[in-house]
Ligand binder design. Structure first.
Ligand code: FES
Length: 334
């Protein structure tokens, strides 16, 4: 991405430790003026410097450029600042370390707000489920729903009260509409999903944001309860791409006449872009299916949330932004 891809230059106005691992950052425009509007559920993409834990913001030595996506936490009518919250991922590639090292006065570039996780337009009853740092877009949604006087319930899960961010604000905002769940490291003590989700109805919409296991479990439970997919909205937090045990794979692009050796830590989409191909993509998180490509041979390991069983089994599509080869080689119609 070029500088023009990062139209916002923001200054860190404040930071605060919300838990031992989560910091909030308040960001303002350089001149103190209003910032572009956003809707609840929106995010910004930030330009970060990735390193091995060494470089601090503003010290690009031993670092490489990267990008990280963070949801906007604050209320949509607060145009003077953006608030984000960042969980420190000690095993990550350095993006969260970079964000945690930012201090008041530091500058950072970002894209304009984008929303892949909006509230449904029509009046409805909202069921909001958040896990861990996945509370960030959900918090902005609860503020908007509260402002509208809409019917909603929030179920928010964390390991323990000490690891849960924004408890006081949520209690103040949501009152008895908020339900907190702590499993203390024991998954069997987790949120009782079937009971929490309940029966579908034409005016009920479910919103879930959190780590992949929570997302998978909520989506599977909602499907089992016969919820229509159009009423289940989700956003994944955490890297959908890398999984323990990932291996390099070989991808043959039949129409392009190219063979790519894709390293374990790289997506097929990024390998295609690096090879000079111009594939279609949007979310890069397996949520939109814009990057879907037909598989001519080989067995993909599907990691997207966008394709239907029919798309996968009969149309032979795979989302190359997140999915990989289950084993061996993939031949794609690309
Ligand atoms: S770019 Fe959205 S699913 Fe791949």
């Amino acid at each position: 991405m070029t500088t023009s891809d990062w139209p916002l230059e923001l200054v860190v106005a404040d930071t605060a430790a919300l838990t031992a691992e989560i910091r909030s950052l308040t960001l303002k425009s350089i001149d103190g003026g209003p910032l572009p509007a956003f809707s609840a559920g929106a995010h910004l993409l930030f330009q970060v410097e990735l390193g091995d834990g060494g470089p601090s913001p503003g010290t690009p030595e031993a670092s490489r450029p990267g990008e990280r996506c963070y949801s906007l936490v604050n209320s949509t009518d607060q145009s003077g600042y953006y608030e984000i919250a960042v969980k420190l991922e000690t095993a990550g590639s350095g993006g969260s370390r970079f964000m945690h090292a930012l201090k008041p006065g530091d500058r950072i570039r970002a894209t304009l707000p984008k929303n892949d996780f909006p509230l449904h337009r029509d009046q409805h009853e909202a069921l909001l489920i958040a896990g861990g740092i996945g509370i960030t877009p959900i918090l902005s949604m609860t503020a908007e729903l509260s402002e509208q006087g809409a019917a909603y319930r929030l179920h928010y899960a964390s390991r323990s009260p000490e690891t849960m961010a924004y408890q006081a604000r949520i209690t103040q905002l949501c009152g008895e509409r908020r339900h907190l769940h702590f499993d203390y490291g024991d998954p069997s003590q987790g949120m009782p999903l079937a009971e929490v989700i309940g029966q579908p109805a034409s005016n009920r919409h479910l919103y879930v944001c959190g780590p992949r296991p929570l997302l998978d479990a909520v989506i599977a439970t909602a499907r089992a309860l016969q919820w229509a997919s159009s009423h289940v909205h989700f956003e994944l937090f955490g890297a959908p791409l890398s999984q323990t045990g990932d291996r390099p794979c070989r991808v043959v692009l039949q129409r392009s006449g190219m063979t790519l050796d894709v390293p374990a830590e790289k997506s097929i989409l990024d390998a295609m872009i690096d090879a000079g191909i111009d594939p279609m993509f949007d979310c890069r998180r397996g949520e939109c299916s814009v990057c879907a490509v037909r598989v001519l041979s080989g067995t993909p390991e599907h990691r997207d949330y966008a394709l239907s069983d029919d798309d996968r089994d009969h149309e032979n599509l795979m989302c190359v932004c997140v999915s990989r080869a289950r084993e061996g080689e993939l031949v794609l119609d690309a």
